[in-house]
Design a protein around this ligand. Structure first.
Ligand SMILES: Nc1ncnc2c1ncn2[C@@H]1O[C@H](COP(=O)(O)OP(=O)(O)OP(=O)(O)O)[C@@H](O)[C@H]1O
Ligand SMILES: [Mg+2]
Length: 221
């Protein structure tokens, strides 16, 4: 369960207008939603708040019975590492690790042993059509392949919340639709909560519900 209540966020140098004003949202396991909005409307800011990477000026962020706003830094970091997965526009794979080691990273960071991490990551990469590439390094992969590895990494530790910020922004239409299909399949089959931030109406249409962020307010489309 993810519940955003009356979130408010302004940056000191963003002038009079807050980036986010009274944001509310309730999502349950299995919900997969998109957030759309103009560039600069605050989509990434909202994802950063949900991830506990930034704090709101006021409001609450309840996730799996904890309020991120009330946790101390260590507890917030732990909750993020254990229970959340991220997919970014720029993939952010580690260049000196193989595809398999990249995908196994979130498991190792959570204390899962080497062999089990590698086995679970390998199974996920296989499900994403990447079994032929497990020993390659990210620098040699296509954009679509890179993003599928990033999705495997984000999902390997079975997070309850998957946050994707423009995951298809750097992909051609074919790779984008494949990545969107896999992301949806993975979120749905695991009963995670999925939030996809995107500019693309095709990407938004791959989710169950679309919300638009405008003038600091989040509304259903
Ligand atoms: N750390 C910061 N300090 C000051 N202003 C910031 C900071 N981060 C974001 N902003 C401002 O907040 C507003 C929202 O930014 P944000 O990155 O959330 O937009 P976005 O909807 O993700 O845009 P895009 O679609 O281009 O990625 C912008 O005006 C941005 O300049
Ligand atoms: Mg953004």
């Amino acid at each position: 369960m993810l519940s955003l209540r009356h979130l408010h966020k302004a940056y000191r140098d963003s002038g009079e207008r807050p980036v986010l004003r009274d944001i509310g949202l309730e999502l349950r396991p299995g919900d997969y939603v998109a957030i759309v909005g103009e560039s600069g409307s605050g989509k990434s800011t909202l994802l950063n708040l949900i991830a506990g990477l930034e704090l709101p000026d006021s409001g609450n962020i309840l996730f799996e019975e904890q309020d991120l706003v009330l946790l101390d830094d260590n507890a917030r970091t732990r909750l993020r590492r254990q229970r959340m997965g991220f997919v970014f526009q720029a993939f952010l794979l580690l260049p000196h690790l193989t595809v398999l080691d990249n995908a196994a990273l979130s498991l190792k960071l959570n204390g899962v042993g080497h062999r089990e991490s590698q086995q679970r990551a390998a199974a996920l990469l296989d499900a994403m059509g990447l079994s032929a590439h497990v020993h390659r390094f990210p620098g040699t992969l296509s954009g679509g392949e890179s993003q599928r590895v990033a999705i495997a990494r984000a999902l390997a530790h079975q997070p309850g919340l998957v946050l994707a910020d423009e995951p298809t922004g750097n992909l051609d239409a074919g790779s984008a639709s494949q990545v969107l299909r896999l992301l949806r399949e993975q979120v749905k089959s695991r009963g995670s909560i999925g939030i996809l931030v995107t500019h693309s109406s095709a990407a938004a249409a791959s989710t169950d519900r679309v919300f638009r962020l405008a003038d600091g307010i989040l509304r259903p489309e």
